[in-house]
Ligand binder design. Structure first.
Ligand SMILES: [Zn+2]
Length: 208
């Protein structure tokens, strides 16, 4: 029953810039420019300890624009893994789109290509996967890929104003808003416990 197990894998797909580390208009080009958001690394570690696998999916058009190369991106992701390990957390993988919008690829969010790659790699039903990001694009991506959509507002609050948030809620009624990744992690862990308890109760009644 290995395949059943993998399909019920608890998986979270995280955006990077604005979700885990501070967003920069000019791209994070080196480890010096990598600034984890307060509580974000701890949030990933809490998710991991509660049995969630965590994967990162990020647009990195700076590569296509020649602002950083693959070695620099790898260095940034290795540094992120290091910092995360210090807090007891880990990412299972980092998926990225290296293209500029002009290249017309299928992996650049909000297209679902990158997320489908995650689904294939982990043999997981995307409708059970929670996707959390800091931009409208992330929510649109989650919707396109059929994931459960979450938006953290913390770092990029200025990007979406009240009106846009209301509009977003109309477009994607099941989107959940969280102040930051810490709040998202707390929500997901509590929700999961509630569900497990309810399932255990239901199983108990069924057994009687
Ligand atoms: Zn791409």
């Amino acid at each position: 029953m290995r395949s059943d197990h993998s399909h019920s894998m608890k998986l979270v797909i995280l955006g990077r810039d604005g979700t885990i580390n501070r967003y920069r208009d000019d791209h994070v080009k080196s480890i010096d420019e990598l600034e984890p958001l307060p509580g974000a690394l701890e949030a990933v570690a809490r998710l991991n300890h509660a049995g969630w696998h965590t994967v990162m999916a990020t647009n990195q058009p700076g590569i296509g624009r020649g602002l950083l190369d693959m070695a620099a991106l790898n260095a940034v992701h290795m540094r992120l893994s290091q910092l995360l390990a210090e807090k007891g957390g880990r990412l299972d993988a980092a998926f990225f789109c290296p293209h500029t919008p002009e290249e017309g690829c299928t992996c650049r969010k909000p297209l679902p290509g990158l997320i489908r790659q995650v689904g294939e790699r982990f043999s997981v039903d995307l409708s059970t996967v929670h996707m959390v990001g800091a931009s409208l694009k992330d929510v649109q991506t989650a919707l396109a890929a059929g994931c459960v959509p979450h938006l953290v507002q913390g770092d990029r609050l200025g990007v979406l104003n009240e009106l846009q948030l209301a509009e977003l809620k109309t477009q994607v009624p099941n989107v959940r808003l969280h102040t930051d990744l810490g709040a998202f992690a707390d929500y997901l862990i509590q929700e999961d416990r509630r569900r497990a308890k309810a399932e255990a109760r239901a199983a108990g009644f069924a057994a009687e």
